[in-house]
Design a protein around this ligand. Structure first.
Ligand SMILES: Cc1cc2nc3c(=O)[nH]c(=O)nc-3n(C[C@H](O)[C@H](O)[C@H](O)COP(=O)(O)OP(=O)(O)OC[C@H]3O[C@@H](n4cnc5c(N)ncnc54)[C@H](O)[C@@H]3O)c2cc1C
Length: 535
């Protein structure tokens, strides 16, 4: 093993290899659970270092698990065997080029969405998908490799839509460029030049290669933005409002949630949190009076509406000037007004002011959390909700016995995708990743629960049941990792094509083995499992 390590050390600068027990433990965790510990964490600082590390590790028969911000929860970068390295891409974090006239930017994969947005703002520009809520830590490489939604998604779809081209290090160290890039004198401004190789590497869970540069489509940064929030008495009103706004493309972002969850979360906010969030909102809009008015409105209405409403949703929109913004808000009101009750739009104001807060890896009361999601067409939302409600009704006793909570949040992805997201919360001890990622003042507010193996086992059972339920309802998924059954029941021809592509790009199968394979049936009809898939 020491020979293997010295070979890897030769590929990177002196401080580019970490193999102390604490680091290996930390890098074996994602937001949901832990995998096997790798033999080392490699931290390359250039494309050539990535290439050397990948070629060397593949020759040694090691699995290679790329990690961006480490903010995912679908076993996406968790090793299934200890004969592995983690490739930490956080040092490759530069914005390489901003082509303001041509509306594209090129970044290294470890650049966070918050850093990208900050670099583009002075140019009056933005990426057309501009990040997940975890974007203070989550990286452009991570989102492109597993698919992400949130900022810009109601109008422009997932992260994949913003990709113009990639530079990818393949499993034997070769380098490939996609789109209009990769020919002498060409630049990555145009994706649909020939077969869409860029698309091939979006949502590949990083299993087809390591992205070392990413070209993104930019747009002018809208001058004005605001949003409306509504409360809904029942799911039907919420669903119809979200679907209609989505179909008409009226919102840039949509955030729906069960009112009980909002109540649980806002119940924890101190007055100081609320005031500082609102003042930040006011500052962002360059208008402290507006923040003050918001506070008065909230004080007047309080959270009373939550007593009767079962659901709430916020619909954000943007425009190049105040007049057109007012018209856009009127359009939203016209569609949603007949279905719900308008309430103070705190969520919209705070989200616009602080799109990238510290990612919360722990939920209300310091609970562990596991989000799951299903993306379904609008016509299937009611059926999915009915099935989910029946499922939840059947689990009431076991949920109560282990104090496990399940709440729903909602969003959309483009005009056709309704995102239905149950989040499971349970009391358990805090992993190191969570402890390090949570601001100390939040940790101080809560008491850590003792390790809760029985609750954890129940959560895992619930996760598996929900994945099955989503499959039965024809759901699609982002963040596939090893959790969602992308390959189950898929056309044999499609699987053969995938195998051929994987074999060509990653001849020794070293890169993220087992990713995308959950639920795949072997030739003998048996289902593959995580350990067997991962060497
Ligand atoms: C509090 C919180 C809020 C969140 N909010 C959102 C949200 O709003 N929307 C959303 O979609 N998700 C959200 N997520 C989930 C997650 O943060 C995002 O999906 C994010 O895109 C993950 O990025 P990352 O850099 O952390 O990727 P990682 O978790 O590090 O990696 C994800 C996958 O990408 C691969 N990968 C990473 N970098 C590369 C590379 N350069 N080349 C090849 N493969 C690579 C990894 O191997 C892995 O398979 C949230 C999570 C948390 C904890």
């Amino acid at each position: 093993m020491s020979n293997v390590l010295s070979g890897l050390r030769a590929c990177v600068a002196a401080d580019g290899v970490l193999d102390d027990a604490e680091t290996l433990g930390l890098y074996s965790q994602d937001v949901y659970r832990s995998g096997e510990q790798a033999i080392a964490v490699l931290r390359p600082a250039s494309r050539d270092e990535v290439s050397a590390v990948v070629a060397t590790a593949a020759r040694q028969g090691l699995g290679i698990y790329a990690r961006g911000g480490g903010m995912s929860y679908t076993d996406a970068y968790l090793a299934g065997s200890g004969e592995a390295i983690v490739l930490d891409l956080s040092r490759l974090d530069r914005v390489l080029h901003i082509a303001a006239e041509d509306l594209y930017a090129v970044v290294e994969p470890g650049c966070t969405w918050a850093a990208l947005d900050a670099a583009l703002a002075p140019h009056g520009l933005r990426s057309v998908f501009w990040g997940p809520m975890s974007g203070k830590v989550a990286t452009v490489g991570g989102a492109m490799s597993q698919g992400a939604v949130t900022f810009g998604s109601a109008r422009n779809g997932s992260s994949a839509g913003a990709a113009l081209g990639f530079e990818v290090v393949l499993g034997d160290g070769r380098v490939l460029r996609t789109g209009s890039d990769g020919q002498p004198g060409h630049v990555p401004f145009f994706r649909p030049y020939g077969p869409d190789f860029t698309g091939l590497f979006t949502g590949d869970a990083g299993a087809l290669g390591i992205k070392t540069a990413i070209a993104l489509q930019l747009e002018p940064r809208p001058a004005c933005g605001d949003g409306l929030s509504f409360a809904f008495a029942d799911f039907d009103g919420l669903r119809r409002a979200i679907s209609e706004v989505s179909r008409q493309g009226l919102a840039t972002e949509i955030f729906g949630a069960e009112a009980a969850l909002v109540q649980l979360m806002t119940g924890e906010q101190t007055l100081a949190d609320g005031i500082s969030a609102l003042m930040a909102a006011g500052r962002a809009q360059g208008n402290a009076w507006r923040a003050l008015r918001q506070m008065v409105r909230i004080a007047r209405h309080g959270r009373k509406f939550l007593g009767t409403a079962r659901y709430t949703a916020s619909f954000l929109t943007e425009a190049p000037d105040a007049r057109r913004l007012r018209l856009a808000l009127d359009d939203l009101r016209a569609v949603i007004g007949p279905l719900g009750l308008e309430i103070p739009n705190t969520m919209a104001a705070v989200t616009r002011a602080m799109p990238f807060p510290d990612p919360m890896l722990l939920g209300p009361e310091g609970r562990r959390l596991l989000p799951l999601h299903a993306i379904v067409p609008h016509s299937r939302v009611a059926g999915l909700h009915e099935a989910f409600s029946a499922w939840q009704g059947g689990r009431r006793e076991s949920l109560a016995a282990h104090d496990v909570l399940v709440f729903l949040v909602y969003a959309t992805c483009g005009r056709s995708g309704f995102l239905y997201e149950p989040v499971i919360y349970w009391r358990d001890s805090w992993p190191e990743l969570h402890r390090r990622s949570t601001p100390p003042e939040m940790l101080a507010r809560w008491t850590e629960a003792p390790a809760a193996p029985a609750a954890r086992a129940l959560v895992e059972q619930l996760r598996q049941e929900l994945v099955e339920l989503f499959y039965a309802h024809g759901a699609a998924h982002l963040q596939i990792g090893r959790s969602y059954p992308w390959s189950r029941g898929r056309d044999p021809a499609a699987l053969a094509l995938f195998d051929a592509i994987k074999g060509e790009l990653d001849p020794s199968g070293a890169i993220n083995p087992g990713a995308l394979m959950a639920g795949r049936e072997d030739a003998d009809g048996s289902s593959t499992d995580l350990r067997r898939q991962t060497r």
